[in-house]
Design a protein around this ligand. Structure first.
Ligand code: SAH
Length: 260
């Protein structure tokens, strides 16, 4: 296993950090999404460890250059507690407080790659507006910001909404809009969406999500099946109605209504 030898590098302020780069689908490698710290003292540990993570994702079947590029740019260790940074580039979910977790990189990559398979994305070559339900610590929102034109991300727990705000502030991602509220209601003002992605698993897909999806758009959400297990559900909205596919089993925190 290629594990980071050391994981808490010393930092210096980065110069000329990109505000954000709207990567086109299939776009090339772009600079790191960072406004603060560049690793120093321990060489390029953070970059090298992230690149190894990207290689593992590619080896496991992720093909989209824009998704791999985004995972390579966003510094996941900045989104986890300092006690957990040594695990930040492992393919594992980690606690982020309030009994919630940051999703596994492989699942983030898989779900965003699925979003890029939407008909409207294939037709236009770009991923337009995306709604994320479950901001958590903001990691996936930062990854989405690299591949989508606009990202609306809703979180129902105030503590995590604020944590995400703090985590994302230094990155100055002008295309990410963080919202505090019940994501089961979607966010009609930001729609219609080319993609809707849920980071929490419900019993069914809320009607609001289907309504707010653009024709040609795609929804990717963990959903509880009749077996009681969660699986990834992909719903495409066409001019004739909806088509649905059930993919692999997944394990997400539950989708809950209301705010707290
Ligand atoms: N996107 C995060 C994962 C967060 S975990 C990442 O980058 O890793 C899933 C999040 O969904 C939790 O923070 C949980 O509070 C939130 N959640 C659950 N139900 C929700 C709802 N109805 N609206 C908004 N957020 C919700």
């Amino acid at each position: 296993m290629n594990q980071p030898k050391r994981s808490v590098p010393g930092w210096i302020a980065a110069s000329a950090a990109p505000k954000h780069v709207n990567g086109r689908v299939g776009g090339g490698v772009a600079p790191t999404v960072r406004s603060t710290p560049a690793p120093v003292g321990l060489g390029l540990d953070s970059v090298a460890v992230r690149m190894r993570m990207v290689q593992r994702l590619a080896a496991s079947g992720i093909q989209s250059p824009s998704v791999l590029g985004a995972l390579g740019r966003v510094e996941r260790h900045l989104f986890v507690d300092s006690a957990l940074v040594n695990q930040a580039y492992e393919d594992t979910s980690l606690p982020i407080g309030l009994q919630q977790t940051i999703s596994k990189p492989s699942v983030v990559a898989r779900m965003i790659e699925l979003l890029e398979g939407a008909e409207c994305v294939r037709a236009s070559g770009k991923l337009g507006r995306v709604l994320e339900v479950g901001t958590g610590c903001g990691y996936q929102a930062a990854v989405l910001a690299c591949v989508a034109q606009q990202v609306y991300s809703v979180e129902r727990l105030r503590g995590l909404h604020e944590k995400a705000r703090n985590n994302l502030r230094p990155l100055r991602l002008t295309n990410v809009h963080l919202l505090f509220g019940d994501g089961m209601l979607g966010y009609a003002q930001g729609g219609p969406y080319a993609g809707i992605i849920s980071a929490a698993g419900g019993e069914s897909v809320p009607r609001a999500w289907l309504d707010q999806l653009a024709v040609g758009g795609r929804l990717v959400a963990p959903t509880v099946r009749s077996t009681g297990q969660q699986a990834l559900l992909v719903v495409d909205k066409t001019s004739h109605g909806f088509t649905e596919s059930v993919l692999e089993a997944v394990h997400f925190v539950p989708l809950k209504s209301g705010i707290a």
